[in-house]
Design a protein. Sequence first.
Length: 74
Amino acid sequence: MAKARRTTHRSKAGRRLYAVRDSMGRFKDIQTYERAHRADLAETSVAGVKAKAKKAAKKKAAKKTAKKKVAKKR
């Protein structure tokens, strides 16, 4: 998914704003920088999801081998 192009502006109070435009160039959404940035951080990338799954699988495999070692000692 391509990110929407944002134009930066400032409000009367001096806060940074992002203006998101649609394909026709009209304003679709105007949001504060803080809200837009928080939303960007909340998104997980495809690479992040894959890394998390790989880490979970590795942890599960380590747990399984630890159980086998304990069973052999007995």
